[in-house]
Design a protein around this ligand. Structure first.
Ligand code: TXA
Ligand code: MG
Length: 308
């Protein structure tokens, strides 16, 4: 059910959950001050309580009241990429953020999304906690129809069209003086290196501790069984690229062009969801793709989608 920004605001302030568009993927939003609504998000998504949420804010200054210390490089990153698909994990004053939103961690993840409708909403009610709008483990929702498919036709959604990037924000955290990538996303390591002066390392653990709880869980997977291959073998259903020919394939799901990673990421989850819509049980994914830039994120998402 499509709702206006103003209706979304009213619902959020009265403790309801609404779906909001962002430039990465759709989010299921609750107001930070409505703990019951935050709890309801976990139930609705089937999300484990140990997987914290991202706080969406209207501008950089809006995180200052929660943060205990701003790591060096914070302003350079925020000024370069906010509003936009970058999430920064920052140390917080614990009493300012309900434990449920941050899975009881001493940090919280912040981002300023750039979608104009959601920015407009955030100027009236913030922070909004918002995980991706999908059942936990499944491909994220990148269109209002995806949200309605997963949560029902009557679920309130602000229609912001198809999400521009189609993959989630890049998550950075600060450790021992440097920024590290906790989740690959719409902003590539190369783009970050331009601002930081070094290429941030991609990490799963620091001193044996998992840095990003969500990264360990099953993720982005459709019902269809996915097989990764440099050259797709058994070619009934193939997820591949426009310029390639897949001899003998029954149907090819085109992710886009090999010279256009932005277009590929834009269509990624929509394509994985399409397999399920069509009742495809098994598909081969063409993994003969580059390993740099946004392709790194695309690779990671496809690999994760195939492992269950
Ligand atoms: O693009 C995005 O980031 C989208 C849109 C809606 O903004 N949101 C999104 O949220 O992807 P979600 O909940 O699907 O993923 C959030 C990720 C999880 O992997 C979670 O573990 C991690 O952020 N995260 C949240 N707080 C964290 C923290 N304090 N430390 C480390 N990781 C954190
Ligand atoms: Mg998610």
């Amino acid at each position: 059910m499509k709702i206006t920004v103003n209706e979304a605001k009213q619902r959020l302030l009265s403790g309801e959950i609404v779906a909001i568009p962002t430039e990465t993927v759709y989010g299921l939003a609750a107001w930070l001050l409505e703990e019951q609504a935050i709890n309801a998000i976990f139930t609705l998504k089937g999300r484990p309580a140990h997987n914290p949420l991202i706080l969406h804010i209207a501008n950089k200054e809006a995180c200052y009241q929660f943060v205990s210390e701003l790591p060096s490089g914070f302003s350079a990153l925020a000024d370069a990429f906010w509003p936009g698909p970058l999430t920064l994990v920052l140390p917080i004053k614990e009493e300012t953020i309900p434990a449920v939103a941050r899975a009881s961690l001493p940090t919280a993840a912040f981002r300023v999304p750039s979608h104009p409708l959601t920015l407009q909403l955030l100027q009236q009610v913030q922070p909004l906690v918002a995980p991706s709008a999908n059942m936990s483990g499944s491909p994220s929702g990148t269109k209002p129809e995806h949200v309605e498919h997963d949560f029902g036709q009557n679920f309130p959604v602000v229609d912001g069209g198809a999400a521009q990037h189609g993959v989630e924000s890049t998550i950075l955290l600060h450790n021992e003086g440097v920024w590290q990538i906790a989740r690959l996303g719409a902003i590539s390591p190369e783009m970050l290196a331009n601002v930081l002066g070094y290429t941030p390392e991609i990490v799963q653990k620091n001193e044996g501790k998992i840095v990003c709880p969500g990264q360990l869980l099953q993720h982005y997977a459709p019902q269809a069984r996915l097989q990764l291959a440099e050259i797709p073998q058994q070619k009934n259903f193939v997820v591949g690229y426009a310029s390639r020919h897949y001899e003998g394939a029954k149907k090819v799901y085109i992710l886009g062009n090999l010279n256009d990673p932005e277009g590929v990421s834009h269509r990624l989850y929509d394509t994985l969801r399409q397999l399920d819509q069509d009742g495809v049980l098994e598909a081969w994914i063409d993994m003969a793709i580059p390993e740099y830039g946004l392709w790194k994120t695309i690779r990671e998402r496809l690999s994760r989608a195939a492992s269950r």
